[in-house]
Design a protein around this ligand. Structure first.
Ligand SMILES: [Zn+2]
Length: 144
């Protein structure tokens, strides 16, 4: 190993060189270890970039589904599966209750005895003037 400065590149130095933020200096040219590591990192980055393009939409969709499934606890998913069934059962019960009871039948008219009806009729017939006429009649009577 030949190392001029006796200090190897740090991870930040490799990252800077890898992403083009910094160039190679005399150390990486002279140091076999750092040069190998930089070449290895460049090869791995090139490989990753090449495989990046091969990721299909189906793979990404499957990955998203998998993440969503993990986010929702399994017991909750089972409970959610029965929600439509429970809603249908409740709707059916509501319909059955409504149909069974239906609209309320009209209440029968208040029972009035015949005697009371005849009494009211005879009262009206026997008194030819309504009670409201009495004060008006009083106004027209000749005062003596
Ligand atoms: Zn080095």
């Amino acid at each position: 190993m030949i190392c001029m400065r006796n200090t190897h590149w740090t991870d930040d130095s490799f990252l800077a060189a890898l992403y083009g933020a910094a160039g190679e200096d005399e150390h990486v040219v002279a140091c076999v270890d750092c040069r190998r590591r930089l070449q290895s990192l460049r090869q791995r980055r090139a490989l990753l970039r090449a495989t990046e393009l091969e990721v299909s939409e189906e793979f990404l969709a499957a990955q998203r589904r998998s993440i969503k499934e993990r986010l929702v606890p399994r017991a909750r998913r089972r409970a959610l599966r029965f929600v439509p069934v429970m809603a249908a059962i409740l709707l059916l019960i509501a319909v059955m209750v409504t149909v069974r009871h239906g609209p309320e039948p009209p209440k029968p008219a208040a029972v009035v005895s015949d005697e009371k009806v005849f009494e009211e009729v005879f009262t009206l017939v026997s008194d030819p003037e309504p009670q409201a006429v009495a004060p008006i009649r009083y106004l027209f009577e000749v005062q003596q």
